[in-house]
Design a protein around this ligand. Structure first.
Ligand SMILES: NC(=O)c1ccc[n+]([C@@H]2O[C@H](COP(=O)([O-])OP(=O)(O)OC[C@H]3O[C@@H](n4cnc5c(N)ncnc54)[C@H](OP(=O)(O)O)[C@@H]3O)[C@@H](O)[C@H]2O)c1
Length: 242
């Protein structure tokens, strides 16, 4: 069993409120979902927030279909789950990253192209070149105000931008006319539902895709895990073990 994401009317344990870093806990059974036998506890533990959010954006609301082109930003938890959900759906994936080695690793996971957003700040131009000028169908927008203008240039006409994160910054300006010109659908995503988590685990349990685990730390060494996260060295999820 794995702890599910919080219900909206409840305290968001594991989010902004402390409360899940403990060895024993009593939870309402509605907070738990069954994990497939083919996933380890560590793999399943990586899925509730990042994975369900990617599923909610691309499948529940995004209606992703085979042949679509999806862009994910960075190589953290949400981005790599997004990559894997897209591949399971038969879509093609472009990844942006600050690190060329990580881009190669993303390609090994199935991405067809990668763009380094640090060495190519105008990364939308590279994305348009990769899509013959058309742009991509879906973007998991994780950079926030710092990358949104690029996302609006990289999305195809009528494409969907899922506003999920603000890794780059939380302040900035967006010109609504740019949304209008692209006829873009911009959808704010606030994690995934329990159904999204169950669907993701079910799909991964039946596919060759596995949650990408960067590293595991003993829970008593959680500060080292947070240091690694803060350093931005990770590729995928960092998991605490008990
Ligand atoms: N809305 C929701 O429900 C929801 C749910 C989960 C997460 N989030 C948010 O989504 C974001 C990502 O979460 P996460 O758990 O995937 O984080 P994470 O695992 O810590 O991923 C961070 C990665 O993002 C990349 N990155 C950093 N700065 C960037 C920038 N300016 N532009 C593009 N990519 C950048 C880096 O990848 P490289 O090293 O490859 O460059 C970094 O390793 C966070 O802002 C988080 O708060 C929102």
């Amino acid at each position: 069993m794995v702890a599910s994401i919080f219900r909206r009317s409840e305290i968001p344990w594991g989010g902004p409120v402390d409360g899940l870093l403990q060895e024993e806990i009593t939870l309402d059974e509605q907070r738990l979902v069954k994990i497939p036998d083919s996933l380890s506890d560590v793999e399943a533990a990586a899925a509730p927030c990042a994975g369900s959010t990617a599923w909610q954006a691309l499948v529940t609301f995004g209606g992703i279909k085979p042949g679509d082109v999806v862009l994910v930003q960075g190589t953290g938890g949400v981005a790599l789950f997004g990559l894997q959900v897209a591949i399971m759906a038969g879509a093609h994936v472009i990844v942006t990253s600050s690190n060329d080695n990580k881009l190669e690793r993303a390609k090994a996971l199935g991405a067809f192209a990668g763009v380094n957003y640090r060495t190519t700040p105008e990364w939308s131009e590279a994305v348009l070149a990769l899509t013959d000028g058309r742009g991509v169908d879906h973007i998991l927008e994780l950079g926030g105000p710092g990358s949104f203008a690029q996302s609006l240039k990289a999305i195809r006409s009528g494409g969907r931008i899922s506003a999920i994160g603000y890794l780059g910054s939380s302040e900035g300006g967006i010109n609504p006319l740019d949304v209008f010109r692209k006829q873009a659908v911009v959808h704010g995503i606030s994690v995934g539902s329990r159904l999204a988590l169950e669907s993701l685990l079910h799909a991964m349990g039946r596919s060759s895709q596995r949650p990408v685990i960067d590293s595991t730390f003993e829970w008593t060494n959680a500060t080292a895990a947070f240091r690694r996260l803060h350093a931005g060295e990770h590729f995928g999820k960092i998991v605490l073990t008990f």
